[in-house]
Design a protein around this ligand. Structure first.
Ligand SMILES: [Zn+2]
Length: 101
């Protein structure tokens, strides 16, 4: 029985950073936040690649696709061509605002 604590093994221990090309990306385990509809999902110990020079953060592609498969209620249905890992872009999400009184 799989649960949220089992992740696909990353392919390598480190690789050169594509952002600054001076640092190395190292595997770290961080808490990953994602939105599932209206709900904020928190995944502890999620594998992410972090540059030791510029601090660029990249999530493991397989871990992301694994996670979205777990979270996606439509998992198992045929999908179109495989997509790249979505990057946080300029598109804004409607974040719920907590009343600050
Ligand atoms: Zn870097």
């Amino acid at each position: 029985m799989n649960n949220l604590q089992t992740f696909p093994a990353p392919s390598a221990n480190s690789f050169p950073c594509r952002e600054c090309s001076a640092g190395m990306m190292h595997l770290r385990h961080i808490t990953y936040f994602t939105w599932l509809g209206e709900e904020l999902i928190m995944v502890p110990n999620f594998p992410a690649w972090v540059c030791d020079m510029c601090g660029k953060r990249e999530f493991d592609e397989r871990a992301i696709s694994w996670l979205s498969m777990i979270l996606n209620p439509n998992a198992g249905k045929p999908t179109s061509s495989p997509k790249r890992v979505p990057r946080p872009g300029p598109a804004k999400r409607n974040l719920p605002r907590l009343p600050l009184d």
